[in-house]
Design a protein around this ligand. Structure first.
Ligand code: PNS
Length: 160
């Protein structure tokens, strides 16, 4: 059984993340989408809120599980018996960080490998940060996130 982890902050989940989740889930037996709980000091959404939002947008994909973790990704991967880490690449600007991250992880745990999926072109510009910025000024984010997620984001900014 091939188990993979798609780790990230997902603050909040966007169509770009959903695209990667859908495609990665087709390649493995079980995909765990997992939120790092101690990375961003002041996230917009709590880990629990992000878990719930991820559960909502992946409920139709049977082999996807949602979880959270703290500490080193490779330790978490080992605890799940996962051998693959999935990351999305949007543009060359992502590359340097991702290369360093993947190679460090490989050095720490040679049996765990990272696979990269290029984000579909229509989402190549998308990031959680820009979605939050647009929403905070009352801009339209329905091209970026599903309606249920947009509602939660606007709620955080007191926009209905
Ligand atoms: O969505 P993000 O913020 O780009 O995700 C980054 C994440 C969560 C994948 C990454 O920061 C992570 O896994 N951190 C855990 C700590 C770790 O294992 N670091 C590896 C050594 S550099």
């Amino acid at each position: 059984m091939t188990k993979a982890i798609y780790p990230g902050s997902f603050d909040p989940v966007t169509f770009g993340h959903i695209d990667i989740i859908q495609r990665a889930a087709q390649m493995v037996d079980e995909l765990t989408v997992s939120i790092l709980s101690n990375k961003v000091k002041s996230p917009l959404f709590s880990v629990e809120e992000r878990v719930n939002m991820l559960k909502e947008v992946t409920k139709e994909i049977p082999n996807v599980k949602i979880d959270s973790f703290s500490g080193l990704l490779i330790d978490y991967a080992k605890s799940l018996n996962a051998t693959i880490v999935v990351r999305g690449l949007r543009a060359i600007t992502d590359f340097e960080y991702e290369l360093q991250f993947a190679q460090t992880n490989r050095k720490l745990a040679p049996k765990i490998d990272t696979i990269f999926l290029f984000t579909s072109l229509e989402y190549a510009y998308l990031s959680s940060t820009t979605v939050k910025e647009v929403a905070s000024f009352g801009g339209d984010i329905l091209e970026f996130v599903p309606p249920a997620i947009a509602k939660e984001i606007y709620k955080k900014y007191g926009i209905s």
